[in-house]
Design a protein around this ligand. Sequence first.
Ligand code: A3P
Length: 319
Amino acid sequence: RPREAVSSKTHTGSLIATLPTKEGWSTPLVFYNNCWIRPHSLKDVMAVQDMLKLRPDDIILAAHPKCGTTWLKALVFTILNRSRYTFTDHPLLTVRPHQLVPFIALRPGDLDRAEALPSPRLLSTHLPLPLLPPAVSTLGCRIVCVCREPKDAFLSRWHFEKKLHQGISLGTDEAFAMFSEGCSPYGPFWDRYLEYWKESLARPREVMFLRYEEMVSDTPNVIRKLASFLGVPFTREEESGGVVDQVADLCGFTSLSNVDANRADRVEVEHAGAKLVFNPSSLFRKGEVGDWVNHMSKDMAARMDQLVAEKFKGSGLTF
Ligand code: A3P
């Protein structure tokens, strides 16, 4: 695994100055260890390997951005806590999924917050697998990854960035070009997909790989698969009592997008060291498969399909 030896004394600012940088998305991105990240996250990202003390019973949701992170958080939180909350008095009815499942190294203080959580912890990350502590592959932690058809992931990214406080200075063509070169937050997307895909093939009992498309097309089955993978399969009583459908309904697009906390227009969050005015409703745009067709030219789609075919050739991962 590539790992950069960075002493704790290294000055992040001087390191940033040496890294490739690109502007255009809502914040500039720097290329660190084969990953485009926001410069303000760098210090925390670098600290993850030394500071994040993983525990064997940790569950890590490793979602590539715009691929269903929010939905996956809601589903897994609900599955794991289903004996703790009723469906009519559930935290998801008042709180954003991101408040229930913290990120690793997205905002300053995330690592301290993770350390303070009781076991078993449910954590999430957009980070590449090689930037997580090596123990993630040996300790027995379970990882659930989610990816998405790249044209839809791009479109979702494009719409989301337009809604962020700073907006984007790129037109669709330029944004598409950057995305296709691998430059998007936490990209190149193909490396992220492949890292986790290969890990799921090598360690299927500990790493589960999901696609947004299967979550949409057969939500109840994905919920069952998740519960079994996490060691809490649904009982016969739960099945006959319709609990699987209740989980699907509570976490579904219609339900979550109508929760006041998720409809809010303006929330100030500290993000990667900077104050970001964030619109939670931007996380719930359409929730559809194949929406790219309404926004992308045939030529763009063909170019992306060709890129995807090249990047995933021989991996067994197809779109
Ligand atoms: P679209 O922009 O295509 O609508 P992330 O959470 O990783 O940022 O992903 C955001 C994408 O997931 C958005 O896609 C959003 O609409 C979709 N999404 C969010 N919640 C969802 C849900 N409960 N069911 C289905 N899709 C959901």
